[in-house]
Design a protein around this ligand. Structure first.
Ligand SMILES: NC(=O)c1ccc[n+]([C@@H]2O[C@H](COP(=O)([O-])OP(=O)(O)OC[C@H]3O[C@@H](n4cnc5c(N)ncnc54)[C@H](O)[C@@H]3O)[C@@H](O)[C@H]2O)c1
Length: 339
């Protein structure tokens, strides 16, 4: 199977590529992988260093919005796994234009290219944030989408475009929506790597508002296993939820990260809450469980311990990224954090 992976130099995309080429994903043994990545601030060739010498791997430095790049890269592939996106919510609150460009127009360009070049399956990787907040219970795949901030709005638009291409043109589209991922190689502007790398440097960490926001935390490898199952066996035109990690408030997560890094609450700054900060996301994963046999495999205790150990052992990976992460938008980043 020949896979085209967009955004494969980012956090989740690179995990998918390393795992696919390591023959660790169900149904994808022996697959060849072409990565198309623009290498924005969050894309990093170092994330693909472990597979750089693999004869089944090819890297194309290019933009999914660019028709010429897609005309060169897309033909000859059996499937597209579409990760490429602008992904940081805080940055989308400061300026949403590049989110619309990549997440909406880029997805549209990729759908057109898939159609034009006869690619079989198009797996669009999306997020639980498209539904907005849910106080109790969990969203099912048929729930109406109601995104509350620009990042989620652009992802929702892309989801709808992908599903429309299935209905109108018969493109073999599947959409996944996953909860919050954690693990190695995540750009250190997102909560877990930001907190861990700050604490490992003896710096303070910024906790939004009262810290009562709830997220379901899933190890990135489990997300990639689920993507492989959907890619192989998901039904065309369907949405599949991925989750089943552990729901934690930000206070509970902070507590665990402080303990893992040997720090106390005196290392925490309470900063003003993110604007339009959704209180809770939660997904029902019955569909992927019953149809495709998905179960998460990495428990939160072992997963967080392994993740913190990875950042402790791979300082050379994240140290060069800290200035760009600190320069990002929002109270979580920038000088406010440094003190
Ligand atoms: N991180 C999460 O917790 C999470 C949860 C659910 C869904 N997702 C989705 O998974 C996907 C990957 O997320 P991530 O956390 O790995 O993001 P990331 O920011 O780490 O990686 C994004 C990648 O896309 C590339 N990219 C950006 N714009 C591009 C363009 N125009 N052309 C080509 N490449 C471009 C970047 O260089 C980078 O390598 C996204 O679509 C995101 O919405 C993420």
């Amino acid at each position: 199977m020949k896979l085209l992976v967009t955004g494969g130099a980012g956090f989740i995309g690179s995990e998918f590529v390393r795992a696919a080429l390591g023959d660790r994903l169900p149904g994808l043994s022996g697959a060849a992988v072409t990565v198309v990545d623009r290498l924005t601030y969050s894309g990093n060739r170092a994330n693909l260093a472990p597979v750089a010498g693999d004869s089944r791997f090819r890297f194309v430095h290019g933009d999914i919005c660019d028709a010429g790049t897609l005309a060169d890269a897309v033909p000859g592939h059996d499937a597209i796994v579409h990760f490429a996106a602008e992904t940081h919510v805080d940055r989308s609150l400061v300026g949403a234009e590049r989110f619309v460009r990549t997440n909406v127009l880029g997805t549209q360009a990729l759908l057109d290219a898939a159609q034009r070049h006869g690619v079989g399956r198009f797996l669009h990787v999306s997020t639980d944030e498209v539904y907005g907040s849910i106080v109790e219970g969990s969203w099912v795949e048929t729930a109406p989408i109601a995104p509350t901030m620009p990042y989620a709005a652009t992802k929702a638009a892309a989801d709808l475009l992908a599903l429309a291409h299935h209905r109108v043109h018969g493109l073999d589209v599947v959409v996944t929506r996953c909860t919050n991922n954690y693990g190695p190689y995540q750009f250190p502007e997102k909560m877990i790597p930001l907190f861990v790398t700050n604490l490992l440097d003896g710096r303070r960490v910024p906790l939004y508002g009262d810290g009562r926001n709830v997220r379901d935390w899933l190890h990135v490898f489990d997300h990639c296993r689920a993507l492989a199952l959907v890619l192989r066996s998901g039904r065309a035109g369907e949405v599949y939820h991925v989750g089943g990690g552990t729901e934690l408030t930000n206070v509970e997560l902070t507590e665990r990260l402080l303990a893992a890094c040997g720090a106390g609450w005196d290392s925490v700054d309470n900063v003003p809450d993110r604007r339009a900060h959704d209180l809770r996301y939660s997904l029902d994963i019955t569909k992927i469980r019953t149809e495709l046999g998905y179960e998460p495999s990495v428990g939160i205790v072992a997963g967080l311990a392994e993740t913190v150990a990875w950042y402790r052992d791979n300082r050379a990976w994240w140290e060069p990224l800290k200035p760009a992460a600190d320069a990002g938008a929002g109270p979580r980043t920038g000088q406010l954090v440094a003190r």
